[in-house]
Design a protein around this ligand. Structure first.
Ligand code: ADP
Ligand code: MG
Length: 776
C-alpha cells in the first residue's frame, strides 16, 4: 500500500495521465510494448513508474519481481525525477534511485531506477536479457537521442528473447514490459518499422488539458542579438502584463548567465530582511497597486497590450536605451543598473541549464518568493524534460545550440541554428499548462515557415557512431547493418566506424569483438579513451591516463578568458582569434568607477594568465598535460570551491572529473585482476620518464588525428616564432587547420607533428587539445 501525503495526492489527481491509469495498465498487461504519447507536463515521467509500482511491478512476491527501469536522455532529468517520485511515493532514495554516468543512489533495496539511456545501454552489454528488470520505460523518445534509438532497437530483441525463454521455463524468467514515452505524436518511426516491432505496438494518447497559447511572432527577425531582444520582451511582459511566470529559451550557459544578470539589475529581488520594514511596506503597496491595475485589465485589453508588444518599436524609455545595435555591452550593463525599475515587482530570476548544480536546478520547482514574479531562463532542457510550474509566458529565441559533426572529416562545430517547428511548438506549449498563455517568438512567421525544419534530425545522423557500434558489438550484435535502427544511418558510416574499431584492435578482421574490445566497452567513455587506458597500463602510467581521459570525457573545465568580463559575444568566433588583443582595451572616456572596474578586471586577467601558465608549466608540449596538472592539483588541495575559483576552473566539471576517475578506477579494479590501481588524492606529478610515456599514450590514442605542419611538406624554410597562422594539414579534410590560441603550444615554435583531440570550426578550423608528437 502506497502512502502519499495529501498535497501530493491532490496534485496527482490534477494530472491528465492519472485519468488514464486503468487503460494504460490494461494495455501494458496485454501487450509487450506500449507507446504513450502525452504533452509535456501531463505526468508521464512521474506517474507511469508509479502505476507500475502500484500494480506490483518491482515487488519481490509478485509475478513481476524485477525492478522498474526508466531512462532519460539527460542526467538532470534522471536525478530530479527520481527525487520527485521518491517524494511522491514516500519512499527513500535507496528505493527510488537514480544512476547516471558519475553518480548513483542505487542499492539492493531499489525498486524504481531512473537512469540515463547510456547507463542502460552499458548494462545491456553485460546482461542482454536485462534480467533484473520487469519493466523498462524509455522516456523522451521523441528527442531521438543516439542512445535512445539504439536502446529501442536493442530492446526489441530483448523482448523476443525474454518471451521465448519464459515460454521454456516461466519460473526462471518472465517476459519484460517495454513502455516508450514521447511528447509528440510523431511515433511512426517506431510503430511502422517492421524491422523493429513486427506487430505495431498500441499507442495511447493522453488527452492533455492544454490551455490555448497565443503565438506572437516578431515582425522582424533580429540578426544576431536575440539576447537583447529577449531582454526587451521580458521587460515589457513584466511591466505591463498580469502575473504569471516567464520562461525564456536561449541556447547556452553564457547567454543565460548574461541575461539573468541583466534582469537582476533591472528588477532586483532583495531578500526580505534587506528591506527595512517601512521601505518594505511602501514597496509592497506600490506592487499591489500596480498588480491590481494589471488585473483590472479585461482580457480584451490584455490582448491588445500583447499585440502591442509585437511591434517592439513602441516607446518604453528604459529599454530604448538598450539599442540592439549597440556594440559595447559593458555600457549596456551600466545602463541597466541606472534604470533599475522601482515600480515593478521584483523578478525572481533563475537560470536552468545542464551544467548547473542539481541543487540549483531543483529551485525552479519551488514557488517563487511572495510578491515576486518567476522568470526562468533556460536551454532546451525546459523544452520537454522538466516542467516548471506556473509558466504563463514563453519567450523563445527559436535557436538551439547543437554539435555538428562532419561525418567525412571529423570536424566538429557548435552551431547555433534554428530549432525545428516541432521543438518551437513544444516550447510554446510550456505556457499553457496552468491557464491560457502567450508565446513570444523572437523571429518572424516567414522565417518560421521557410527556414524551420519540421522535426529535429535524429542524433544518429549527426554524431560519431563508433562508440555505439562498439556497444552493439559488445552485445554480440555482429552485423550492425541488420540492426533495427528506428532510422538507420548510412551503411558507409557504419563501415567506417567498424574500420576505426578494427584499427584500435577492438574488432577482429571479421568485425567480431575482441577481448580487448570487450574490456574497452566496459568503460563509460569513448572507445579511443578506453584504448588509451589499456595502453597506459602497458606503459606504467595508468593513474595519469585515468585522470586525463576522465577530464577529456567531461566538458573542458577551464573557464575561458572572455568569461572573465561581462562580454556578450562569448561565442568562439571572433574572441578566440583575438585572444591576446582582448587585454589592451582603451580606458578613455570612462568614469572613475568604470576605470576602477577595468583595473579590477585587468588584475583578474593577469591572475588568469598566470594560472594558465602555471598549469601549462608541467610540460608545455601538450594541452592534455595541462589538464592533468589541474586535476592533480585540485585533488591535492582537497577539491575545494576555493581552488576552482583561484584556478579559473568550473567546480561542477571538476567534481564530475573526480567522480569519473573514481568510476573508471573501480571498473578496472573489478574487471582487471592483476592491475593494481587506486585513486590517490595525493598523486605525485609524473616524472620525466612518465611524461614521455604519457605523451606516447596520447599519440597512440589519437594516431588517426595527426596533423603535419604544411611547411614540412612544402619544404618551405620559413621560420616561425609562434604557431599563429601556421598551417597544418590532417589526414582527412582538405582544409588547413590551426593550433587554437588557447593551446599551450600557441606561443612556441610550431612543431612538425601534432595530434589533436578535436577540430572545431569557427572562422577557421582549429585544433584543440593538442600534443606534440616526438620524432624519435
Ligand atoms: P511529463 O513527463 O508528462 O512531461 P512530468 O511527470 O514530468 O510530466 O510532470 C508532471 C507534473 O509534475 C508537472 O506539472 C510538474 O510541474 C510536476 N513536477 C515534476 N517534478 C517536480 C518536482 N521536483 N517538484 C514539483 N513538481 C514537480
Ligand atoms: Mg517527462
Amino acid at each position: 500500500p502506497v502512502k502519499r501525503n495529501q498535497e501530493i495526492q491532490e496534485a496527482r489527481m490534477e494530472l491528465p495521465i492519472c485519468a488514464e491509469e486503468q487503460i494504460i495498465m490494461e494495455t501494458i498487461s496485454n501487450n509487450p510494448v506500449v507507446i504513450i504519447c502525452g504533452e509535456t507536463g501531463s505526468g508521464k515521467t512521474t506517474q507511469v513508474p508509479q502505476f507500475l509500482y502500484e500494480a506490483g511491478y518491482g515487488n519481490k512476491d509478485s509475478d513481476n519481481p524485477g525492478i522498474i527501469g526508466i531512462t532519460q536522455p539527460r542526467r538532470i532529468a534522471a536525478v530530479s525525477m527520481s527525487k520527485r517520485v521518491a517524494q511522491e511515493l514516500s519512499l527513500s532514495e535507496q528505493e527510488v534511485s537514480y544512476q547516471i554516468r558519475y553518480d548513483a543512489t542505487v542499492s539492493p533495496k531499489t525498486v524504481i531506477k531512473f537512469m540515463t539511456d547510456g547507463v542502460l545501454l552499458r548494462e545491456l552489454a553485460n546482461d542482454f536479457l536485462l534480467s533484473k528488470y520487469s519493466a523498462v520505460i524509455i522516456d523522451e523518445a521523441h528527442e531521438r537521442s543516439l542512445n535512445t534509438d539504439i536502446l529501442i532497437g536493442a530492446i526489441s530483441r530483448v523482448l523476443k528473447l525474454r518471451a521465448e525463454l519464459s515460454k521454456e521455463d516461466g519460473s526462471k524468467i518472465r517476459p519484460i514490459k517495454v513502455i516508450i514515452m514521447s511528447a509528440t505524436l510523431r511515433v511512426s518511426d517506431f510503430t511502422q518499422n517492421k524491422n523493429l516491432f513486427d506487430v505495431a505496438p498500441p499507442v495511447i494518447n493522453v488527452n492533455t488539458r492544454q490551455f490555448p497559447v497565443s503565438i506572437h511572432f516578431n515582425k522582424r527577425t533580429p540578426n544576431f542579438d536575440y539576447v537583447s531582444e529577449a531582454f526587451k520582451k521580458v521587460c515589457k511582459i513584466h511591466t505591463k502584463l498580469p502575473h504569471g511566470g516567464i520562461l525564456v529559451f536561449l541556447t547556452g550557459q553564457d547567454e543565460i548567465t548574461l541575461l539573468c544578470k541583466k534582469f537582476r539589475r533591472k528588477f532586483p529581488y532583495l531578500m526580505q530582511n534587506q528591506y527595512n520594514s517601512k521601505q518594505m511596506l511602501e514597496k509592497e503597496k506600490t506592487f499591489r497597486e500596480v498588480e491590481q491595475e494589471r488585473e483590472s485589465l479585461n482580457s480584451k485589453e490584455a490582448d491588445f497590450e500583447i499585440e502591442d508588444l509585437d511591434i517592439g518599436e513602441e516607446e518604453l524609455e528604459e529599454t530604448e536605451l538598450l539599442d540592439t545595435d549597440s556594440e559595447d555591452f559593458e555600457e549596456n550593463l551600466e545602463n541597466d543598473e541606472m534604470i533599475m525599475d522601482e515600480h515593478s515587482r521584483p523578478l525572481y530570476v533563475l537560470p536552468l541549464y545542464s551544467l548547473l548544480s542539481t541543487h540549483a536546478q531543483l529551485r525552479v520547482f519551488e514557488p517563487p518568493p511572495e510578491g515576486t514574479r518567476l522568470c526562468v531562463v533556460a536551454t532546451n532542457v525546459a523544452e520537454t524534460s522538466l516542467t516548471i510550474p506556473g509558466i504563463k509566458y514563453v519567450v523563445d529565441c527559436g535557436k538551439v545550440k547543437g554539435r555538428r559533426y562532419d561525418v567525412a572529416t571529423g570536424v566538429q562545430s557548435y552551431v547555433v541554428d534554428w530549432t525545428s517547428k516541432a521543438s518551437a511548438d513544444q516550447r510554446a506549449g510550456r505556457a499553457g499548462r496552468t491557464g491560457p498563455g502567450h508565446c513570444y517568438r523572437l523571429f518572424s512567421s516567414a522565417v518560421f515557415n521557410d527556414q524551420f525544419q519540421q522535426f529535429t534530425v535524429p542524433e544518429i545522423h549527426r554524431m560519431p557512431i563508433e562508440g555505439i557500434v562498439l556497444q552493439m558489438k559488445a552485445m554480440n550484435i555482429d552485423t550492425v547493418n541488420n540492426f533495427p535502427f528506428p532510422t538507420p544511418p548510412d551503411r558507409d558510416r557504419l563501415r567506417k566506424a567498424e574500420k576505426l574499431l578494427q584499427y584500435m584492435n577492438a574488432l577482429d578482421e571479421d568485425g567480431r569483438i575482441t577481448e580487448l574490445g570487450r574490456t574497452m566497452a566496459t568503460f563509460p567513455i569513448a572507445p579511443r579513451f578506453s584504448k588509451m587506458l589499456i595502453i597506459g597500463q602497458q606503459h606504467g602510467c595508468l593513474p595519469y591516463i585515468i585522470a586525463i581521459v576522465s577530464a577529456l570525457s567531461v566538458v573542458d573545465p577551464f573557464i575561458k578568458d572572455y568569461h572573465l568580463d561581462n562580454s556578450t559575444n562569448s561565442d568562439d568566433d571572433v574572441k578566440e582569434e583575438e585572444y591576446e588583443e582582448v587585454r589592451s582595451n582603451e580606458l578613455n572616456k570612462l568614469s572613475e568607477e568604470a576605470i576602477l572596474q577595468k583595473e579590477r578586471q585587468k588584475l583578474i586577467r593577469k591572475k588568469f594568465y598566470d594560472v594558465q601558465k602555471k598549469h601549462a608549466g608541467l610540460d608545455p608540449t601538450s594541452d592534455l598535460l595541462k589538464l592533468l596538472n589541474v586535476v592533480g592539483a585540485y585533488e591535492y588541495e582537497g577539491g575545494t570551491d576555493k581552488f576552482c575559483e583561484c584556478n579559473f576552473v568550473r567546480p561542477k566539471a571538476m567534481e564530475e572529473i573526480r567522480k569519473l576517475r573514481g568510476q573508471i578506477t573501480n571498473i578496472i579494479q573489478m574487471n582487471c585482476p592483476g592491475v593494481d590501481v587506486c585513486l590517490d588524492p595525493k598523486m605525485k606529478p609524473p616524472s620525466t620518464i612518465q611524461l614521455k610515456a604519457i605523451r606516447q599514450v596520447i599519440t597512440a590514442g589519437f594516431i588517426d588525428q595527426i596533423a603535419i605542419r604544411k611547411g614540412l611538406i612544402d619544404k618551405s624554410s620559413k621560420i616561425f616564432s609562434s604557431t599563429r597562422n601556421v598551417e597544418y594539414c590532417t589526414m582527412w579534410g582538405n582544409d588547413n587547420v590551426f593550433i587554437h590560441p588557447t593551446s599551450v603550444l600557441y606561443h612556441n615554435k610550431p612543431p612538425d607533428f601534432v595530434v589533436y583531440q578535436e577540430l572545431h570550426k569557427t572562422s577557421k578550423v582549429w585544433m584543440k587539445g593538442v600534443t606534440i608528437v616526438e620524432s624519435s
